[in-house]
Design a protein around this ligand. Structure first.
Ligand SMILES: Nc1ncnc2c1ncn2[C@@H]1O[C@H](COP(=O)(O)OP(=O)(O)O)[C@@H](O)[C@H]1O
Ligand code: SF4
Ligand SMILES: [Mg+2]
Length: 365
């Protein structure tokens, strides 16, 4: 029997998909109903707008942007946890939301995993470590009971947890050990994609580096695709192959991590990274003034225009399309930072624009 005879046509992989792609988002939008607004006309929150993104097998993609810009929403959509309001999510070329619920649960449950910020809430506090790690194997009926027992031991060793902790409850572990359990649990079914959403923010500074190193080591050893979301943008830069910048629900730039400090073309990416300069050449960050817009009322045109020193009338009329800036590098901006412009140049530009705006407002009665 051929594949075409056994699989309904709608379930066949899309021939247009990049064969190296593990997950692909096409024009994905997530719109929530807010608690604000009238009884019958509640405001809408534009959490994710028009996201196009491909994650290749084995790559680490970092996601940066201010709080509330849609990083966690993007992460959940990639993992099939959050259904996009419109647009598609494909896992290995197959549209997740055209699958039946049971098939999607299996595809998502075995192919992807999420590591959350706070392991205390992600782990069942009444289960010992041994059972927490065995649970996904039982649910998805992986191997014989003996093989599951062996796999639990393997997982503990993989994440550096001593076997004596197998009978411990999460409450008896340190924060770092709990996050190791959560990572081991995420890896139990050998997923190809792991999304870590602020995986170290709830941990003591002293154990953060250990957990990050563990994630990097596992990613190499298991050839995982890793999507890494963090407030700590310098860590994101160091950990990632590629960095995605988000602003108000939009992906505004994708850049190879090695280019992001001096060669990012989007003004917001440059402003974001200028705020945490390297110790060798400390300079003031690029100043941003102007109102921070709300996700319930995104500005027309480019969402960054209310704070951008380069904004002009064109920026208010149309959201720029993506422009290519080299391999794996693209940005959406009408007036991008020019090649070779340093952060110091951009600080001067922004300061000059602020001074000019202040002068104009004083002249206008
Ligand atoms: N369930 C929800 N209902 C309403 N608004 C939401 C919901 N989840 C997220 N949001 C809003 O969507 C936007 C993006 O949120 P989120 O993806 O969590 O951002 P980030 O992870 O970058 O901080 C924010 O404005 C947030 O308040
Ligand atoms: S499109 Fe205009 S407002 Fe938006 S980032 Fe570029 S210059 Fe700034
Ligand atoms: Mg978040």
């Amino acid at each position: 029997m051929t594949v075409a005879e056994t699989v309904p046509p709608g379930d066949l992989p899309d021939p247009d998909e990049d064969p190296a792609a593990l997950v692909t988002l096409r024009d994905a939008h997530v719109v929530h109903k807010a608690r604000t607004g009238g009884l019958f006309s509640r405001d809408r929150v534009y959490a994710l707008t028009g996201a196009d993104l491909t994650i290749a097998a084995g790559e680490t993609v970092g996601v940066v942007g201010e709080s509330g810009c849609g990083k966690s929403t993007l992460a959940k959509v990639l993992l099939g946890i959050q259904r996009p309001t419109s647009g598609t999510v494909s896992l290995r070329g197959r549209n997740l939301w055209e699958m039946g619920a049971a098939e999607r649960r299996t595809a998502v449950g075995t192919g992807t995993a999420m590591i959350f910020q706070d392991p205390s809430t992600a782990l069942n506090r009444r289960m010992p470590v041994r059972q927490i790690l065995r649970d996904p194997l039982d649910v998805h009926r992986r191997g014989t009971p003996e093989q599951r027992t062996t796999r639990v031991r393997e997982l503990m060793s993989l994440v550096g947890l001593p076997t004596v902790l197998a009978d411990a409850l999460p409450g008896q572990l340190s924060g770092g050990q709990r996050q190791r359990v959560a990572i081991a649990r995420a890896l139990a079914l050998e997923p190809q994609l792991v999304v870590a959403d602020e995986p170290t923010s709830a941990l003591d500074v002293s154990v953060r580096a250990q957990i990050l190193n563990l994630l990097l080591d596992l990613k190499e050893r298991l050839n995982l695709s890793l999507v890494f979301v963090s407030h700590d943008i310098q860590t994101v830069r160091r950990m990632s192959d590629r960095v995605i910048t988000m602003y108000l629900g939009r992906i505004v730039e994708e850049s190879p991590a090695a280019r992001i400090l001096g060669e990012a073309r989007h003004p917001y990416t440059r402003a974001l990274f200028s705020a945490t300069p390297g110790l060798l050449a400390p300079i003031d960050p690029i100043p941003l003034v102007g109102p921070v817009p709300s996700a319930t009322k995104p500005p027309s045109g480019c969402p960054f225009r209310t704070r951008c020193w380069k904004a002009d009338a064109v920026c208010a009329t149309a959201m720029p399309d993506f422009e290519d800036a080299g391999p794996a590098h693209r940005y959406r901006c009408h007036h991008p930072v020019l090649a070779g412009e340093t952060t110091r140049d951009l600080v001067s530009q922004s300061s000059a624009a602020m001074a000019a705006a202040t002068a104009t407002s004083k002249e206008t009665p």
